[in-house]
Design a protein around this ligand. Structure first.
Ligand SMILES: C[S@@+](CC[C@H](N)C(=O)[O-])C[C@H]1O[C@@H](n2cnc3c(N)ncnc32)[C@H](O)[C@@H]1O
Length: 201
């Protein structure tokens, strides 16, 4: 059966290279969220940082369509968009040093070892994030799967382009004043949340 959102889902404009600044009308910095799902983090982030522009890349046509429409309905459509795209392909089209933060909230909900090959940061996405983050930009990842946090940490350890302050990239609190839907749920359920915060050198 055809996905009812396939005709209406918001897609990135055609072309090879894409400047994220051409996608939103914000005069301030632009942040990227990969896999925003139901979009709560985007809305909360826009509320705490009034100058910010945000772009979400969400592979599920339904949620990209619904969240992008809600942004418009709430008068935020100029400052933020969500596109129905696979981040592993879409980020590769963004221009160099064009975003000031990349957020990856609860990306891979599976904990089994055999699922590791499916993780979103694989297939070159991490290298593209390195390229699109401006110097000093933030890379923030949170998960409630301990094994995934270990895996992300190992992936970042192999990338000299990232630094962290203190002994490790692990941080206790979310510094962005915005929570994702899954983060809210994990907190309500009393689940541990593993957070990693890196800065692009
Ligand atoms: C477990 S959900 C978390 C949703 C939201 N970030 C949160 O914390 O509530 C993971 C999300 O990432 C999206 N996703 C998975 N792979 C993706 C990809 N390659 N590109 C864009 N989005 C992706 C899924 O569709 C889903 O919405």
């Amino acid at each position: 059966m055809k996905n009812p959102y396939s005709e209406i889902a918001p897609r990135l404009p055609e072309g090879e290279r894409l400047d994220p600044r051409s996608l939103v009308a914000s005069a301030g910095p632009i942040e990227l969220e990969i896999g925003p799902g139901r979009g709560g983090f985007l809305f909360e982030r826009l509320a705490v940082e009034p100058a910010l522009g945000m772009i979400g890349l969400e592979i599920r046509l339904k949620w990209a369509s619904i969240v992008d429409r809600k942004l418009r309905e709430q008068g935020l459509g100029q400052r933020a968009r969500v596109f129905a795209e696979d981040a592993r392909r879409a980020v590769a089209r963004f221009t160099d040093a064009s975003v000031s933060a990349v957020h990856l909230n609860f990306p891979d909900p599976w904990w089994k070892k055999r699922h590791e090959k499916r993780i979103v940061l694989g297939d070159g996405l991490l290298g593209e994030i390195v390229r699109v983050l401006r110097p000093g930009g933030a890379m923030f990842i949170q998960t409630d799967v301990s094994e995934r946090a270990d895996l992300y940490e190992a992936l970042f350890k192999a990338r000299p382009e990232f630094s962290f302050s203190g002994q490790s990239a692990r941080i206790e609190h979310n510094p962005f004043g915005a929570r994702s839907p899954r983060e809210h749920r994990a907190i309500a359920d009393g689940l541990p949340i593993y957070r990693l915060y890196y800065e692009r050198r």
